[in-house]
Design a protein around this ligand. Structure first.
Ligand SMILES: NC(=O)c1ccc[n+]([C@@H]2O[C@H](COP(=O)([O-])OP(=O)(O)OC[C@H]3O[C@@H](n4cnc5c(N)ncnc54)[C@H](OP(=O)(O)O)[C@@H]3O)[C@@H](O)[C@H]2O)c1
Length: 291
C-alpha cells in the first residue's frame, strides 16, 4: 500500500517520515511549494510530484494534508481531473472535520476517512518524536478502512474508531480536554493571584496535585477520583470559600466556582458522597450563590 500526501507541511512530512521508519512505502508528495515536496520526498525516499494527479496516480492512499479550509477544494480539484479512482482510499488529518468533506471522492467510489493525530505539532522534528506516543482517531464508515487500521497497527499507534456522525462531538470533547483545561487553570491562577501568591510560582506548586489528579482519573475514572470539600459534603468549608469569593469581588470567579461546584456535586453523588442531607446543604449553598 503506497501513501501519497497532498500538502507537505509539518504533519505530512513528520507522519510520512514516521511511516517510512516503520517500513511503510511512501509514494510521494505534492505541495504547491515545490521545495516542500522535495524536502518531504527526500526524507521519505519517495517522489516529489509535479501535481496532485501525478501523486494520486502513484498512490493507493491519498492523504490531503493541506490546512483545513483547503481540504475540500483540493479533493474536488482531484476529482474534477478524474485523478481519484474507486480503488483509492482518500483521507485527511483534521480534527475539526469529518470524512464527509471528501464526499466528491466518495462519489467516485473511493473509501473516504479522517485520521486525526491527538497531538499538537508545531515543528517537524518534535512532531516526529511525539508521534511514537500519539493516539489517533479513525473516522469513516467504509469497510475498506480496515486497510488504514492495518496501517496503524504496523506503527503500533493506538486508534479510536468513530462513525462520521460522531466527529463533531469528538472534536468538541478534545476542545474541552485541551482548551477548557487551560481556561480552568487560568482561573485557578486568578484565585491564587488574589490570595497574594505569584500565579506562575503557584502553578508550579500545584502541579503535583494537578498531575496526581489526572493520574487518578486515569486509574479509577472521574467519580472515584474526586476529593475535597464537595466530595465530603463539607458545607462549612464551602461557606468559607463563598465568603472569600464575596470579599474578592470577582463575579466571574464566583460564577465559575459555583457552576463547577454544582457539576462536582453531581459527580460526587455518583460515588463518593453517600449522605443526601449533606449533599442537599452543599447544593443550596452553591445554588444560592450561582448568578
Ligand atoms: N499542526 C498541528 O498541530 C496538527 C495536529 C493535528 C492535525 N493537524 C491537521 O493536519 C493537517 C495539516 O496541518 P499542518 O499544520 O501540517 O499544515 P501546514 O504546515 O500549513 O501545511 C500545509 C501545506 O499544504 C500546502 N497546500 C495548501 N493547499 C494546497 C493544495 N491545494 N495543493 C498542494 N499543497 C497545498 C500549504 O501551502 P500554503 O502554506 O501556501 O497554504 C502548506 O505547505 C490539517 O488538516 C490540520 O488540521 C494539524
Amino acid at each position: 500500500m503506497r501513501i501519497g500526501f497532498i500538502g507537505a507541511g509539518k504533519v505530512a512530512t513528520a507522519f510520512g517520515r514516521y511511516l517510512h521508519g516503520h517500513g511503510v512505502t511512501i509514494g510521494g508528495y505534492f505541495d504547491r511549494h515545490a521545495e516542500k515536496s522535495t524536502h518531504a520526498a527526500t526524507a521519505t525516499g519517495s517522489q516529489a510530484c509535479r501535481d496532485g494527479a501525478q501523486l494520486a496516480g502513484i498512490s493507493d492512499v491519498v492523504l490531503i494534508t493541506t490546512r483545513d479550509d483547503q481540504i475540500q477544494p483540493a479533493c474536488e480539484e482531484l476529482c474534477r481531473q478524474e485523478a481519484i479512482q474507486a480503488h483509492h482510499c482518500v483521507g485527511h488529518m483534521s480534527g475539526a472535520h469529518g470524512s464527509l468533506i471528501l464526499d466528491a471522492a466518495g462519489r467516485r467510489g473511493a473509501a473516504v476517512f479522517s485520521l486525526h493525530p491527538l497531538q499538537a505539532f508545531a515543528q517537524e522534528e518534535k512532531a516526529l518524536a511525539d508521534l511514537a506516543h500519539t493516539w489517533f482517531s479513525l473516522e469513516g464508515s467504509n469497510p475498506r478502512l480496515s486497510d488504514i487500521e492495518t496501517l496503524m497497527a504496523r506503527t503500533g499507534n493506538r486508534c479510536l474508531r468513530l462513525p462520521p456522525e460522531g466527529k463533531p462531538l469528538y472534536h468538541l470533547a478534545a476542545c474541552i480536554f485541551s482548551n477548557y483545561l487551560v481556561t480552568l487553570m487560568a482561573h485557578g491562577m486568578r484565585a491564587l493571584a488574589k490570595s497574594g501568591i505569584d500565579p506562575m510560582q503557584g502553578f508550579e506548586a500545584m502541579r503535583p496535585l494537578i498531575e496526581g489528579t489526572i493520574a487518578n482519573i486515569g486509574r479509577w475514572g472521574p467519580a472515584k477520583a474526586l476529593t475535597g470539600p464537595i466530595a465530603r459534603g463539607d458545607r462549612s468549608t464551602l461557606a468559607h470559600h463563598l465568603q472569600a469569593l464575596a470579599a474578592a469581588q470577582d463575579a466571574e470567579l464566583k460564577a465559575l466556582y459555583t457552576f463547577m461546584g454544582l457539576k462536582t456535586l453531581d459527580l460526587a453523588l455518583q460515588d463518593v458522597l453517600k449522605e443526601p442531607d449533606k449533599a442537599e446543604a452543599v447544593r443550596k449553598a452553591l445554588e444560592g450563590n450561582y448568578p
